[in-house]
Design a protein around this ligand. Structure first.
Ligand SMILES: [Zn+2]
Ligand SMILES: [Zn+2]
Length: 73
């Protein structure tokens, strides 16, 4: 698989990860690696984060889209 963002720039780079929600292949340059909090629900419907975060791979497009949510709140 090749990187979608590189392909859009006319470059062929091997994808090192598959973006979880948009399924775009991304190379190391275009991948954004962040922590994803692992949560559990405790009574009554309160969400708490567990101590160890999971790894999350995001492409630049999705990273920018997720950050607009944070910027708006
Ligand atoms: Zn790339
Ligand atoms: Zn994406």
């Amino acid at each position: 698989m090749i990187c979608l963002d590189c392909a859009n720039e006319g470059v062929e780079a091997v994808a090192v990860a598959l973006r979880q929600s948009c399924y775009a292949g991304v190379c190391a340059k275009h991948a954004v690696v962040t922590d994803r909090l692992v949560t559990r629900i405790v009574p009554i419907t309160k969400v708490v984060a567990l101590p160890k975060p999971a790894r999350q791979i995001t492409c630049r497009v999705c990273w920018d889209a997720l950050n607009q949510l944070r910027a708006a709140s």
